[in-house]
Write a protein that binds this ligand. Sequence first.
Ligand code: COA
Length: 258
Amino acid sequence: MYQTLLTDLENNVLTITINRPDKLNALNKDVFIDFDKALNDIEKNPEIKSVIITGAGKKAFVAGADISEFNSLTKEQAMEMAKKVQNILLRIETFGKPIIAAVNGFALGGGCELSMACHFRIASDNAKFGQPEVNLGLIPGYGGTQRLVQLIGKGRALELLMSGNMIDAHEAKEYGLVNHVTSVDNLLEQAKFILTVINSKAPLAVAACIKAANAVYDETKNGFDLEIKEFGDCFATEDMKEGVAAFLEKRKPSFKGK
Ligand code: COA
């Protein structure tokens, strides 16, 4: 179905594995074409309630944008590429179903940026995060300068951006970049466990959480107003009536996403 992605759907959780292990899953044009398609497919498929993004092999999540594609680019082409990729990552960030990153090794450059566009991250204890673009005479172009500051604060972000240094999984947790650190072997299980819990909640309410949290970083929106609207919209859903009734009747709710 895809050239560079493997997919596996189990218990309503789709695992997407970026599958270029010989290039440490570096993001080339084909990966982004596939991601675009995959997001369309996920949107249409009601069987998929949430998504894990991970990398093939035990060494890397994604070791960055594919540097071999950089050589021939003009300034204009570089800007066009950055815009296209930023749009895909923005689509992930604002997606109506939870998308989390299971970071199983190097998450460098575009890999760190991809993980930061996900709704949250968990990492294996061998994971390493960094934005090493300065080593190439570059800066991140896929939203890294913005999301890193949002997630870990300006001082820590600028140190990583300007030095190109990597941090390990435990430092990443201390910085708030990842929520949990676990063993390589347990990573996908833990990701699936977290998403199974989320999948049991009302899908429209989960989507509204994503929308409202994203509004914090969107200058065009007033997050508090948006929260009021989303709160009100929830009252008009069947799931809200079911959730409240189930609580009062001391039973488990059965949500339908309506
Ligand atoms: N783009 C293209 N190819 C990449 C890549 C990238 N970002 N990262 C790794 N690869 C390729 C290597 O060229 C190598 O391919 P080859 O076997 O055909 O020569 C293969 O993946 C394995 O990488 P290698 O460098 O041999 O592994 P390592 O364990 O010695 O080092 C890293 C691992 C992650 C430290 C190193 O690969 C690296 O620094 N990668 C680039 C990171 C980066 O700058 N990312 C930001 C890009 S904007």
